[in-house]
Design a binder for this molecule. Structure first.
Ligand SMILES: [Zn+2]
Length: 73
């Protein structure tokens, strides 16, 4: 199954998940073969994702990082 962007239908490159109790949004790499709860997004829409007011967006994608993370949380 190939996921497509929830916004534009392009092939998805990331998956967005969120937690209402924590007011948090996470953007993760899309891992083929792993079914996850969330919204598939293409790289373009993932990059332009703006969390709702008061929410925190955490981009955990590896492809957009210029430097290696200091720690793996
Ligand atoms: Zn898109």
């Amino acid at each position: 199954m190939i996921l497509s962007c929830a916004r534009c239908g392009s092939p998805a490159a990331a998956i967005m998940t969120f937690s209402y109790p924590n007011s948090s949004v996470w953007m993760d790499d899309l891992v083929n073969g792993v079914e996850r709860h969330g919204y598939a997004m293409c790289a373009d829409h993932a990059d332009r994702m703006i969390p709702p007011l008061g929410w925190t967006l955490t981009d955990r994608r590896t492809v957009t990082r210029l430097f290696a993370p200091l720690s793996v949380a």
